[in-house]
Write a new protein. Sequence first.
Length: 680
Amino acid sequence: MSDFKFEAWPTEYRQINQYFGQNPHNYAQFGLPGHEGLDLMAPTGSKIFAVAPGTVRFVNTSATNHNYGIHVRVDHADGWQTIYGHMQQATVRVNQPVKAGDQLGLADNTGNSFGSHLHLTLKRQNASYTDSSGTKWPYNIFDPTPFLLPLIGWQRPAGPYTDGWAFTDGIIIVGDLAQVNSGGINFRESASVVGKLIDLVPGGTIIIVTGAPRGQYTPVKVANASLKNVPAPLPPTPEPPPPPTENLVNGWAFTTYITRSGSQAIVGEFGINLRAAPSRTATNMGLVKGGSTLTITGSPQGEYTPVSARRVDFSGPINIPPDIAPPTTPGPQPEPEPTTPPPADAILGWAYTQNLTINGRQVVSGRFGTNLRAAPVRGGTKLGLFVEGGTGTIAGQSSGEYTPVYVSRSSLRNVPSPLPPITQPTPLPGDSTTPVPTPQPTADTTPGWAFTAAITVSGGMATAGQYGINLRNAPRRDAGKVGFVPGNASMIVTGAAQGEYTPVRVDDNILQGKVTTPEPIIDTIGPPDDAIDPEPPTLGNARIGLHASADPGISQAEIEEFADMRPGMIKVLSFHEPTAVQKLSKAHPDARWIVRAFLEFRSANGVRNISPGQFVNDTINDVRRTLEMIGPGKDVVIELHNEPNLVPEGLSGAWSDGATFAQWWLELLRLYRQAMPGRK
């Protein structure tokens, strides 16, 4: 078995535009079952990198003598070879050794190509590949997708799950995982278009493939957290009542956030703030973890119920006001905390001992600051700069030239996201374990769900990725937005992940753009007569339209849905498969059209700024082809978007203010009008 793997992403933009095996009708002329590689976002002049160590086998410097145009072939271990096509320029020579991440050249549009991108092909000498449908691929071609996706960060969703069937053309399958196309899929109980509908699975959701396809459907497991219509779970079973000798804290729980069962109650998944009195403004004594068992001690008062909570069920320290009576029978006391506990947002790392001033368990960073590293060696990965004069807490025994310390984020600069693995220190003498910083109870926090792949979880805390995340009100990609958590902000983890999301609480002082529940709207219009299906009434000059799939292929099932919905306007993307656009145009001769000049969002870790000229260069050929497929005499508007310079979650990007974007967009509009005079 080969240990070969991709170690570096081959372009500056982590975006796949066309997957392996897609559009077989376009590639039959070359004797191929479909697209023989991956097309990756790579604007003209951007850099192309080797995916793994190897030796340059071949460099083609002609732009016209091969379908790949200017391209480079690199031989790797165990007979593997990668091909990098459609380049502007190759910057390596034959027999040159390369490392993963070394530059091979610059991207362009040479050879048989429409729009600048990188085409990546994977081959293996004296080997053949048969895909999941039983198709044997020629010319030693292999699917590079399983090698590349680990660099994107696909993660297996957490259970529990619901079994069902997904329309195969509506998902991208890689091994035993799949991702739902942007339009979402109908999740059914049986492998049929008339199978009972379980739910609509939101676009982008990662699901688990459980077997071979049957007809047009694939058996899958979908995390219950990604669904809206799953059977209601059974009420949780409380744990046995705590023994009378156990150390308890008496307080008041917000009744809505607990599930009562007799004389006990279960804390909701986000945990609760235990308060000293039945009031929202009463002292917060601490956060009781989600799923904990409480003992009911009396009758509710207003919004609150009196309870007893075990000390071991608190997340973080407990703050009991002097006027709150302790339990009648005190139990064992907790271990004393260090003299100065590390702050809740602290990061563990290793600092060069000679640049620290140490006083007991406290340290001060020396002149010019100190590099905090993930391991006690000079080549350890940097976690950030521990600023000059910043203070920290010793976390364990020194190792070689380095001392382990906890440092608050406020004393660090340039912290990476996500954090790399960190070498754990040996506890100090007398410490059974080095205490890990625990989340401090905040005056008020807001519960929600954080996208697991976009946060770094460490114990009871999580850190938002560098671009920030949307906090959602349910563990689904299409759930309502609660607010925005800025990049590198800390959150309290309140329970186990569900599906692709983790339950958290965010300090109200950190949460931005908090969304409040709107006033309910009373619908006074009676239900329609089910026996008739009239055309929708005209809404002034507006038309009700439909957006085609956000993926290159438009399936036959989608075309049939368009026929059922009878849209007055149809929106397609410039890279949509031409024959599908022709089918829609023929089936809807009176529809108006929007053609979106399409470039993908940049990846969350990408850094780029697509100029107006690059945008036109990368989209104009696709737009012209799509207009030709729609045909003459149609009412068509070309739509220009700014997503190439943005990321989907957090909306971070190239625009420092509205004026900057306006200048960019107006220049793009001018160039498009110049290239396509007379078009709207």
